[in-house]
Ligand binder design. Structure first.
Ligand SMILES: C[S@@+](CC[C@H](N)C(=O)[O-])C[C@H]1O[C@@H](n2cnc3c(N)ncnc32)[C@H](O)[C@@H]1O
Length: 307
């Protein structure tokens, strides 16, 4: 199990998230069940966890893993559906809501998922295989301008324009279907020692686009605040600056009681804080965890409490 995915910042997540042993919790990113299992281990017989994942393999694995655990309900859907699920489960509000964003080690290592580029892999990248648009479709169909925008916005890739141009040129000769075709383009643009980093940014960008990750995160945060009990906890782990920025800005906005311009003599907005930030700075893994699990190196945990 541990080889499929090692849960990141597990103890810290539980410390911030689980404050009521008979509480009801939502884990939006079940993966291989590392955090869900940790949450349930802190609950008594009245406690419950509702868990979602878009990935069919993760859900199949966890349904088997937690077959005898009646306190866990698993759904294959996006975490944005928290409202629908709470209705289905007759849950009014949650004591804690959690998401460990991004992809699991299993998804990264599984060649057919097409998330990694160390080996030549099919350009897929869909977390939810019911979605029609694959990474290959994106590279084969979007115009140069749009591709460049995706590489820049979601990958912060400085050579976004050049790479998009070369991809569109190459499409006259080839149809993109595997990662080595992209690598060849990148190798023609950046020096050899920058190829891996550039590929990582391009892959991150296409993955975010294919899975609509940033929009889903924004929707989820809004929904999560609605479905948290008073004093309930919201805990997020992110793995890159785009996600972390969204979480950080959301927490900050939701913790403000006034958003009037500073030169207004009296407050004229109706803004009310809905969250209290519990982590002034993002919590990051200790060196020992990073040595044990290299994937944890970019993790940032932020937690807040519903007012
Ligand atoms: C980092 S892994 C979670 C690992 C999990 N915490 C564990 O310990 O096994 C992220 C998981 O979130 C899932 N995921 C990403 N975005 C999602 C979304 N919008 N809705 C549901 N699941 C999502 C991915 O399919 C992946 O399995």
């Amino acid at each position: 199990m541990e080889q499929l995915h090692e849960p990141v910042l597990l103890e810290k997540s539980l410390e911030y998230l689980v404050t009521n042993s008979s509480g009801i919790y939502f884990d939006g990113t079940l993966g291989f069940g590392g955090h869900t299992s940790g949450i349930v281990s802190r609950l008594n017989s009245e406690g419950k966890v509702i868990a979602t994942d878009k990935d069919v393999d993760a859900v199949r694995f966890c349904k088997q893993r937690f077959l005898d655990e009646k306190r866990i309900s698993i759904y294959r859907t996006s975490f944005t559906k928290i409202g629908v699920l709470s209705k289905l489960e007759s849950i009014d509000k949650f004591d804690g809501i959690f998401a460990d964003l991004g992809v699991s080690s299993f998804q990264l290592d599984n060649i057919s998922s097409g998330f990694a580029f160390r080996e030549n892999t099919p350009l897929d990248m869909r977390m939810n295989k019911d979605n029609l648009q694959t990474a290959a479709d994106v590279l084969n169909s979007l115009d140069e301008e749009k591709l460049s925008e995706i590489f820049w916005r979601f990958g912060e890739e400085r050579k976004s324009r050049q790479i998009a141009k070369k991809i569109v040129e190459a499409r006259r000769r080839i149809k993109f279907s595997e990662s080595d075709q992209v690598k060849k383009i990148v190798e023609g643009i950046v020096p050899a020692n920058f190829v891996a980093k550039t590929m990582a940014r391009i892959f991150q960008a296409v993955r975010i686009y294919v899975n609509d990750e940033l929009n889903e995160l924004e929707v989820f945060l809004e929904e999560a605040v609605k479905f948290l009990k008073q004093n309930g906890r919201l805990v997020l782990i992110s793995y890159h600056s785009l996600e972390d920025r969204i979480v950080k800005n959301f927490f900050k906005y939701e913790s403000l009681n006034c958003i009037c311009p500073p030169d207004f003599p009296v407050c004229q907005c109706d803004k009310e804080a809905r969250l209290k930030i519990l982590t002034k700075k993002a919590v990051v893994p200790e060196q020992t965890e990073v040595i044990k699990n290299n994937r944890s190196r970019s993790a940032k945990l932020r937690a807040a409490e519903r007012l």
